[in-house]
Design a protein around this ligand. Structure first.
Ligand code: PNS
Length: 164
């Protein structure tokens, strides 16, 4: 079976990777899809987010990274993807994910399965990592070394360019 792990991944964290690794053990093929949600203000471009994911998942032979444009269910239909996999950190995630799962099912009949995030990473969010990094905090324990370096580079560039 073919599964998809969609998300913003801005940037990918150990929490995301935990879910991707577990999905890769459950399904024949896993597509990690980097979405562009127009309501969000991203730190990294879609290409940068996809590159960080490709690097972080390079050891997983059945995992591929792609960019997601348009509706997730259309993407899944075109690529014959059977299941959407989402990670759940806490009850708040569930409410939103349930609504999305029900909408996606109503639109296309695709199933969503939700994996509880490892407790170790339950406090992580890309939003918080961006905030900590912007304010000069150390985020190295939450992301891969390559992602930490990209964050450092981004902060240095943004500070030079006058972006907070
Ligand atoms: O990491 P995020 O920001 O929670 O990921 C959100 C994402 C990309 C999974 C979601 O915005 C999405 O599925 N976007 C594709 C557009 C779409 O199908 N929207 C309707 C969802 S019910």
């Amino acid at each position: 079976m073919r599964a998809i792990c969609p998300g913003s991944f801005d940037p990918v964290t150990h929490g995301h990777l935990d879910v991707v690794v577990r999905a890769s053990r459950m399904f024949d093929e896993v597509l990690v899809a980097v979405g562009r949600n127009s309501a969000k203000n991203y730190l990294f471009s879609p290409d940068e987010r996809a590159a960080m994911l490709a690097d972080a998942t390079s050891e997983l032979p059945n995992v591929r990274v792609d960019l997601l444009d348009g509706l997730l269910v259309d993407y899944c239909r075109e690529r014959e993807i059977d299941v959407i996999v989402k990670g759940l950190r806490f009850a708040g995630d569930f409410e939103f994910e349930l609504q999305m799962a029900q909408m996606n099912f109503a639109l296309s009949g695709i199933e969503t399965i939700m994996l509880p995030t490892a407790a170790k990473w339950a406090h992580l969010s890309s939003t918080m990592i961006r905030e900590v990094a912007k304010l000069g905090g150390d985020v190295t324990q939450f992301v891969t070394p390559a992602v930490a370096e990209r964050i450092r580079d981004k902060m240095a560039t943004d500070n030079q360019g006058g972006r907070a």
